[in-house]
Design a protein around this ligand. Sequence first.
Ligand SMILES: [Fe+2]
Ligand SMILES: [Fe+2]
Length: 317
Amino acid sequence: MTAWPSLPDHDPADRVESAIITRLALNWGHRAAVKKPEPDLDELFDREKLDYPNELLPFADHDRFLSLTDDQQNQLRAWAWIAFNKNVMDVEQYVVNPGFDLVAHDGLDTGLGSTFATAVHQAMVDEQYHTLMHLNASAVTRRQRGWAMPNQALPDVQTLRVQRTVTADAPDPRRRAISIFAFMTVAEVSISSYLDLISENDAIQSVNRATVRLHNRDEYCHSSIADEIAGAVYDTLGPDERRHFLDGLVDAMNAFSSNDYSTWHTIVDLMELEGGRAMIDDAEHDTRRSKLVQDFSGIHRLCTKLGVAEKMSFEWT
Ligand SMILES: [Fe+2]
Ligand SMILES: [Fe+2]
């Protein structure tokens, strides 16, 4: 067998290994964002560009929004970008890394080999770095626009609120761990489509697009890692545990796909925007509004591979 210089020695016990995980663990040093030089964000900042695309504002075609001054519209878009970054950071810190931490220590007794542990430790470093990238991206927006817009003023994001409720309701520590694992799986397999919302839009700030694009490169690999891990873990779960895991996937997809109106309510209150609450309420109750993230094709592929996609109470589109 070839000796891999940067990976641990072969584990003598019969542990689960994977060629995909081995390849990704080996090339991490060449591909990870954390290993690349940092761009000068202030230099890249273009004040003429939008901080956030109108198409992603759930009230973009509302009369009240259209009647606002340019400055008010700009403030709403800047807040939307700050909230987007906070969403990403909260998910990485409190949804993804706790799930990876479980895997890193084989907390579900799957029998994962040492290469899985290496890949997951690398991914956790990536997530920590992504958090810093999004922290910096919000900071440059505040600096360049001259608006305070503190993260602390915003509520916890919806995904995190739902994850906390679901894990708190779990009947025992093992099923609690399975819920944490399910939320991590959905986040890691689906976050790319959330990031694509920004990176594929020409009208918006190049700093924002560059941040998201760089982040997303890592996430394409994380999605393969999470998919492999989910398959390995699922194989070893009992029937009730499998059901619990699949329920967790559905809860997580529902949480991820929704526009977070509590954040919008907070933002219009902070801006003391006359008619703001009514505008957000109208958007929330507008049934033409599609969900923010609809692309769960990665989770659908995973569930098809596991032979359960049709048995889940989720409307795949
Ligand atoms: Fe990330
Ligand atoms: Fe990730």
